[in-house]
Write a protein that binds this ligand. Structure first.
Ligand code: NAP
Length: 255
């Protein structure tokens, strides 16, 4: 389907019922894409999809656990059938199960790996054939500044560092088919994930935000729109020579 000369792309955004994923879904719809809003619970996705539709866009709410191969396959087939070939993927679904290693359960290690790493792998794998067939694709994987190390997050930081390796390797494999693969590594973004961190560590969200702002060069915390803006660039038609990159969107330099 096209609008004028411009082809309407179909984007899959995981973990899009709230937080960064919802911000990305809204932004890609505003950019003119049809958007599949995927999250664990379809009814939780509906408000985001309805908001996009009410604003004149096209969206589909889909319930799927990204760590389950059959659910991912079924979700992607549904998106292809109802919206069209998914050639833009944003692997955003995520969870945290923080603990120091001596208290971290094997289950909390495995669950974090399953959602971030296995999930990104499964969704990219299910969508890549649509991209290679079209000779166009854009994959953006959500990493984190925690990939550089963060106390209490051995599982999460390992998964987010793994996402970076996955990104670079997939970029090498898919580049010749017109598919780019990049990662965004956010710093502190105001979402339920960071609110939960405040609750777990026994301080108020405002205190945690103040501490994060004090450490950021731009003297503020991030918002989902900050990440959505970076995603919008990576998935744009003109970004075809930008691949295998990790962009830290953290309000300051990171190494
Ligand atoms: P969030 O508010 O907790 O939202 C994450 C969403 O992912 C939730 O709607 C959650 O659904 C969904 N989800 C969890 N497991 C899933 C699964 N197996 N299948 C499908 N959906 C699943 O988190 P966020 O802050 O927006 O974070 C989004 C991404 O950015 C994550 O990958 C996170 O690691 C990354 N990130 C966030 C920050 C930050 O400061 N917020 C910083 C760096 C990186 P439920 O509500 O049903 O669990």
């Amino acid at each position: 389907m096209t609008t004028g000369q411009q082809r309407v792309r179909v984007a899959v955004v995981t973990g899009a019922a709230r937080g960064i994923g919802a911000g990305v879904a809204r932004r890609l719809a505003a950019d003119g894409m049809a958007v599949a809003v995927i999250d664990l619970d379809e009814s939780a996705c509906a408000p985001v999809a309805e908001e996009i539709t009410a604003a004149g866009g096209r969206a589909l709410a889909v319930g799927a656990d990204v760590s389950d191969p059959e659910q991912v396959e079924a979700a992607v087939q549904r998106v292809a059938g109802e919206l069209g070939a998914p050639t833009v993927v944003v692997n955003n679904a995520g969870i945290i199960r923080d603990n120091l290693i001596f208290k971290m359960s094997v289950e909390d290690w495995d669950t974090v790996m399953a959602v971030h790493l296995r999930g990104a792998f499964l969704v990219a794998k299910a969508c890549q054939s649509y991209m290679t067939r079209e000779g166009f694709g854009r994959i953006v994987n959500l990493s984190s500044t925690s990939a550089l190390g963060n106390r209490g997050q051995t599982n999460y930081s390992a998964a987010k560092a793994g996402v970076q390796g996955f990104t670079k390797t997939l970029a090498i494999e898919l580049g010749k088919f017109g598919v780019t693969v990049n990662a965004i590594a956010p710093g502190f973004i105001e979402t339920e994930m960071t609110a939960a961190t405040a609750a777990r560590t026994g301080i108020s969200f405002d205190e945690l935000k103040s501490a994060a702002s004090a450490q950021a060069a731009v003297a503020r915390t991030g918002r989902p729109e900050d990440i959505a803006h970076a995603v919008s660039f990576f998935v744009s038609e003109g970004a075809g020579f930008t691949t295998g990159q990790v962009l830290y969107v953290a309000g300051g330099p990171c190494d």
